[in-house]
Design a protein around this ligand. Structure first.
Ligand code: ES4
Ligand code: ZN
Length: 335
């Protein structure tokens, strides 16, 4: 296998990172205290207990139940800033050069935190990451698929100023996948695109949902990228299309193991995707919950696919730069 030093030096891009998923237990409890937030009685009450819970989730929903409770401790603009800034400083040391990060405005607006507070806190951290760490960033707002589409349309309206001025440059779709297929959100994607025709589009699909969720996200939501997309492996025609149309899958190996999508990283279809020339990137999803940031995900992958040489890793990194949403000039710098 290649060395950890080699993996660290690679110019890595992250395309699948939920900022709320970077909330470490040792920040969660102090924030709860600072903001006077009472956690539910059944929620772990110490850093140790919470860290123990994070060692395994039954499935996506089991994780989401904890994730949404944790999110409640974020209230003020500085909370959002502190959270994102802690993430950027951590991954700058791991060789991250470009970050396209998700956030869930509805997890906060539903508790009375204005979308402007959330967006400003996160975008100030993005700006500082660019200026002080040389990490280029894109901010992507995700709609929660368990929220009714009409409510999601309201969220898009509330986000209008940030969609217009480019503070938010992408739209995604996350939360519980299977009960909420992509076709429910056609109008939402259309409405957001009307506000800014340059808006970049993605959606979680094919993590627990079938390959049809991937196909429908492409055809009905017009996304240019797929988050996870693992179940694309069961549809040969889709596989050919992903390669032909250069649709990148943003894969998250440690997440898939922690949520028991697979029992080991080696079971994921990375080799099949490589052989089929399907572009993918390697990402951390919710690193505070899943036991690793971007470098740990690269390392886990390298341990599971030890025969990948420098050339194979070079191709993975090149695909992940080319699939990024930064401009051509920045891509040229990264290559
Ligand atoms: C998520 Cl792993 C995953 N899947 C769907 N929605 C999410 N939100 C945060 N992490
Ligand atoms: Zn995700």
């Amino acid at each position: 296998a290649v060395s950890v030093e080699f993996l660290k030096e690679l110019p890595k891009c992250e395309h699948h990172l939920h900022l709320e998923g970077t909330l470490e237990p040792d920040l969660l409890f102090p924030l709860a205290k600072r903001n006077g937030i009472e956690l539910p009685a059944e929620f772990p009450q110490s850093v140790e207990e919470l860290a123990a819970k994070y060692s395994q989730f039954r499935d996506l929903q089991d994780f989401l139940d904890y994730y949404y409770i944790g999110t409640n401790v974020l209230v003020k603009e500085e909370d959002f800033f502190d959270l994102a800034w802690a993430y950027f400083t951590k991954v700058a040391k791991q060789g991250l050069v470009h970050a396209e990060v998700f956030f869930d405005p509805q997890s906060h607006t539903s508790r009375g935190v204005p979308i402007a507070v959330v967006t400003r806190g996160f975008s100030k951290a993005c700006e500082r990451a660019q200026n002080e760490l040389g990490i280029s960033t894109e901010l992507i707002m995700c709609l929660l698929r368990h929220v009714e589409p009409e409510k999601c349309l309201e969220t898009i309206q509330e986000a209008t100023p940030f969609l217009k001025d480019g503070t938010i440059s992408g739209l995604g779709l996350d939360s519980a996948e299977k009960p909420f297929p992509p076709e429910l959100f056609i109008e939402c994607y259309e409405a957001a695109t009307k506000i800014n025709p340059d808006l970049k589009l993605t959606a979680h699909a094919g993590e627990e949902g079938s390959s049809a969720y991937v196909v429908n996200s492409l055809d009905l939501l017009q996304v240019t990228r797929i988050d996870h997309g693992i179940n694309s492996q069961h549809d040969e025609e889709l596989m050919a299309r992903l390669s032909r149309e250069r649709i990148m899958l943003t894969m998250c190996p440690l997440s898939n193991v922690k949520l028991q999508v697979v029992s080991a990283v080696g079971e994921l279809p990375f080799q099949r995707f490589l052989d089929a020339d399907i572009p993918f990137s390697v990402n951390s999803d919710d690193p505070a919950y899943f036991g690793g940031y971007i470098l740990e995900n690269y390392i886990a992958l390298s341990e599971s696919f030890p025969h990948w040489d420098h050339q194979t890793w070079g191709k993975i990194v090149k695909n992940s730069i080319e699939g990024s949403w930064c401009d051509a000039k920045r891509k040229q710098q990264l290559l």
